[in-house]
Every structure is written in C-alpha cells, then in structure tokens.
Design a protein. Structure first.
Lengths: 302, 271
C-alpha cells in the first residue's frame, strides 16, 4: 500500500505550521520517520490516520484519497494505528478493550473477533493478564495492549508512533521483530526517536525538520551522510564545543567523545566510521554530505 | 450501527460499574428521607398518602426526578471529555467507526447506566406502594410517568452534561448545573425569570398537567401554563395533550442540538 504525499501543509490555529509543503512517497514495507520533537512527525501520522485534516495538499494511500470522507474511511478500514500518547480505559480488561476497538474497526463476527483478540493477546504475551482491568497494568503492558489493538484488523497500513517507548530492552527487540515480520507486503510507518529501532527494521527512512523533508533515502545512505564527519576525541579537559557530541565515555586519559563535525574538532582527533545515528545528526544539523552521496530523494526538498 | 451498539455497550458497562453511580443516588435518597422528604415516607402511611394511586406515583416521580437528576447530571459531566483526558480518543478516532454513531452510543449508554439507580429507586418505591395499598394500577402509572417525565428530562440533562464540559471544566459545570436546576425548578417564576412551567421544563410540567392531570399531592399546584406577572410567559401556553407532546419533543430536539454542537466543537478542535 503506497502512500503519496504532495504539497502537504498543516497549519494549526495560531499560525503554527506543523507540516510545511511536504512531498513524500512511502513504499510498501518498513519505512522509518525520524526527526526532533516538533518536527511534524506526529502531525503527519495523525493526518495519515485520518484524525487530523490537512490545511492543503494531497495524500493518497493506495487508491484512496484522504481528502474525501469515503477515502478516509476506506483507509481507516485497512489501518492499524498506535499513537504516541497511547491511553486505555482503566475500567476495562485487556480483552474487553481489544474487543471494543475490534468492534469499532468493523469486526462484527463475534467468533472471528474473539479468536483474533485471543491470538493478539498471545502475540503480545498478555494472555495471562487478559481478564485483568487495565488500571493495574504497567506502562509496558499498556503499550503491548496498544500494539495488539493496532494489529487487530490485520491492517495493510500500520502507523506506529514511538512504539517502543516504555518497553524494556527485551520487549523492544520482540516488538521490532514483530513489526518486521508483520511488514511483508504491507506498509509500516515507524516514527521514533530511537534511531537504532529504524536501523534494525527499516530499509528506507525520511527525516523531518520543522515540518519539512530534509532527507529521504535508504538507511545506508543516511549513514553515509556523516562520512568524514565522525570523530573520536580523547581529552581530560572540557568537552569540545565544535560539532555535535554523540557520546561521552570515561577513558584512562579523561573522556572519549564521539563527535559529528565537518572538520576535526581538536588536533589529534581520529576519524571514525559513521553509524546511522551519526548520519541522522549530520542531516539534522544541516551538514549531511548530500553532494557526495546523493540520497535520491524523490521529494522537492531533499 | 455496529459503532453505535459497540459504543453503547461498552460505555454502559464502564459507567454502570462506577461505584459513585450507585452511591450518589443512594446517599441522596437517604439524606432526603432523613431530612423529612415527604412522599418517600408518606407513601407508606395510610393517613398521609394520596388516595389516588396515580397522584401518588406521579408525585413520587416529580420528587425523585427533581432530586436524583442533580446527581445524574453531575455523574455524566466527565464522560465525553475523559476520552481525551485518558488519551484513548486517538485510537477511537482512527477507526472507521462514525464519530457521530460513537457519540450517540456513548450518550445513550452512559445515560442508561446512570439512570438505572434512578429507575431502581422509582420502581422500587412504586412497587412497594402497589403492594402496600393493593393497587397494581400504580405500576402502570409508574411506567407511564417514567416514559413521559423521567426519560425526556434525563436525556435533556445528559446532553448538556456531556457537551458543556467541552467548553468549561467539569467541576464548574457541576456547580452551574446545580444552580440551574434549583433556579429552574425550585424558584417560583413570578419571583425571577425561570424555565419552570414552560414547554422546556425538564421536569415535564406539560406532561404532568396534560397527561396525568397532576396538580401536586394536595391538588393545589400548577405545573404548566401562564403565571400572571411572570416573564417568559410566551413559553407557557395553556397546557393541552398536544403541547405536552410538543414539550417532550422540544426537550429531545434541544438535547440533540446540544449534542450536535458538542460533536462539532470537538471535531473542530482535533482537526
């Protein structure tokens, strides 16, 4: 299910432009969406989920135009959505909550619905807790209920916004695997701050900043944007102020800093192989090596 | 239809499980009896109770409707806004279910659940009265009074209780609602402007007068029609059965309009 976005703008009351003339094509498979807070990721996902209406522009999902009521409803029939700020009804059990959402998704057949709810409770390892009220669930358990509700109708389009927030490392890995297995011939749009989640699951990725597309390409291409810009600096003095500090580790001679900067931040700095996070930071800082490694973005503003 | 039924079913289930839905009306009744609530005790006193079973159960309906509707409205005040407060709204809004059908299901579901203790109290007292007096007709009158008085009035209150907290904090709505209820139902219209005895009186003045020929327990009260010197007399024509139906329909139309307004407001906000 391919998503085509052209000239998309969303301006909230007060004149705040959350999305600004965005062009983006999302192919079938896992697709990552990166960006700082306020970059417009959540607004974009809410538009794709049919919750928020764009101010202008066009979005098609498969054959359906999200600008029409019929199009939105058709997309929502094939949609699984896990919002960033997930909430549940504390007075329902996990099974009842899933049953309620399944009914709203149009799963009328009780037998099919119950079987699907049972399967998904098993998938997210909540079978033992299925008949407990959600009031007593931990954040991670609620997140798993959220994941289950997103998968209820076997969606062709799955939109997940910060899905691994609140999950412990094992749950995170399990969820990533689940998403990858699920993707197949479906479209999964994964928005996250955790760059590693994108690296482990997505082949293609887009980076948003201030509502605009600043990168679109493969994970490898994004990584290469930091080529020649990742440095290791060991110092017992203050942290280097040049570039962006990616990490700081205690070292025998002081601290070892990993820094993304266009040139050596200190004499003796050692050039390192870039990682995905370095590429993201280079692009976010406007220093990506676009000329040396064209990312073949199809949008108007790569 | 599925969205309406699903929403109705689960909203009913969640609301009916709330302990306050049962505690608030129970405490209200206990307090009312303790401070000398007339009919609740007089119904079982052969010397004090009305002779006519219709007057007895319709009078009981007026008292319970006036009393328990206050808690009813207050208990519903968080039901619509809580979807946003609990952060469930995004999940529901992303389903293909019609938002209007979901709202209607929620409205009917939570109103029905909150009305259960009210109906248990009313039919409980009416049944006890019927047994005590050997007057089974009392149950028939109770059913009629419930349909003509309680249901339109509670639906009217429920619409405001769901929608008003979209534009003000729920606790403020509760305070204003209690004030409105006392103003609209207790204060005499010739003392200050009030909706009492008008066509949009949620206690059902016109059905009381035209359907049940009810003039109070002692037969001295007027429940509908013009009052010399009062404002809003344009809304107080002389009662007839047709106007009683009109009064019920008006209450339901206003409730529908308030709900539609709430829906439009919420839609505008999220989009």
């Amino acid at each position: 299910m391919r998503i085509e976005i052209s000239g998309l703008t969303k301006t909230y009351r007060g004149g705040v432009a959350a999305i600004d003339d965005l062009d983006l094509a999302v192919p079938t498979g896992m697709f990552g969406l990166l960006g700082a807070n306020g970059a417009g990721k959540t607004t974009l996902m809410r538009i794709l989920a049919g919750i928020v209406r764009p101010t202008s522009g066009r979005v098609t999902v498969g054959e359906h135009d999200l600008g029409t009521g019929a199009g939105r409803t058709a997309v929502q029939r094939d949609l699984g959505y896990l919002p960033q700020d997930l909430g549940v009804y504390p007075d329902l059990t996990a099974r009842q909550f899933l049953d309620y959402v399944a009914l709203l998704k149009g799963m009328d057949d009780r037998t099919v619905r119950r079987r699907r709810v049972g399967e998904l409770l098993e998938v997210v390892a909540l079978t033992e807790h299925a008949d407990r009220r959600l009031r007593g669930f931990s954040g991670g358990m609620r997140q798993r209920v959220g994941i289950a509700q997103a998968l209820l109708a076997d969606p062709q389009l799955l939109i997940v916004d910060e899905p691994t927030a609140g999950l412990d490392p094992e749950e995170r890995i399990r969820f990533r695997t689940l998403l990858s297995q699920f993707a197949g011939r479906r479209t999964v749009l994964l928005s996250t701050h955790i760059v590693d989640d994108i690296g482990q699951t997505c082949q293609e990725v887009a980076v948003l900043a201030k509502g605009r597309l600043i990168f679109r390409g493969t994970v490898e291409e994004l990584t290469r944007r930091a080529e020649g810009q990742v440095w290791s600096v060991v110092t017992d003095g203050p942290a280097p102020t040049e570039g962006t500090v990616v990490s700081a580790l205690p070292h025998d001679d002081g601290m070892r800093y990993r820094i993304v900067a266009p040139s050596a931040p200190r004499p003796g700095a050692r050039l390192l192989e870039p990682g995905l996070e370095d590429g993201y930071l280079a692009v976010a800082a406007g220093r990506g090596n676009a000329s040396r490694h064209p990312a073949a973005p199809p949008g108007r503003r790569p | 239809m599925t969205a309406f039924v699903a929403s109705l079913r689960y909203e009913f289930r969640m609301q009916v499980r709330k302990r306050t839905v049962w505690i608030v009306p129970a405490l209200t009744l206990v307090l009312f009896v303790l401070i000398g609530g007339s009919l609740l005790r007089d119904l079982f006193d052969p010397a004090e109770r009305p002779v006519d079973p219709r007057t007895a159960v319709v009078g009981l309906a007026v008292q319970l409707n006036a009393l328990l509707s206050i808690g009813f409205g207050c208990l519903l005040a968080d039901r619509l806004i809580r979807d946003d407060r609990l952060r469930v709204a995004s999940i529901l809004d992303a389903t293909p279910a019609s938002p209007r059908a979901r709202l209607l299901g929620k409205y009917v579901g939570v109103a029905a659940a909150t009305a259960i203790p009210v109906s248990v109290a009313y039919f409980g007292f009416a049944a006890a009265y019927a047994v005590d007096t050997g007057e089974p007709r009392a149950l028939g009158w109770a059913l009629a009074a419930f349909g003509a008085l309680f249901i339109p009035g509670l639906l009217f209150v429920a619409a405001f209780a769901l929608a008003a907290p979209l534009v003000m904090p729920a606790p403020l709505f509760r305070v204003l609602f209690v004030g409105y209820w006392l103003w609209g139902n207790v204060v005499s219209p010739d003392m200050m402007p009030t909706l009492a005895r008008t066509l949009v009186h949620p206690l059902g003045g016109y059905p009381l007068a035209a359907f049940f020929d009810f003039h109070g327990i002692d037969g001295q009260d007027t429940w509908a029609g013009p009052i010399p010197g009062a404002t809003l007399n344009a809304l107080r024509p002389d009662p007839t059965p047709a106007l009683a139906w009109l009064s019920i329909v008006l209450l339901l139309i206003i409730a529908a309009a308030v709900l539609a307004g709430g829906h439009a407001l919420r839609t505008r906000r999220i989009r």
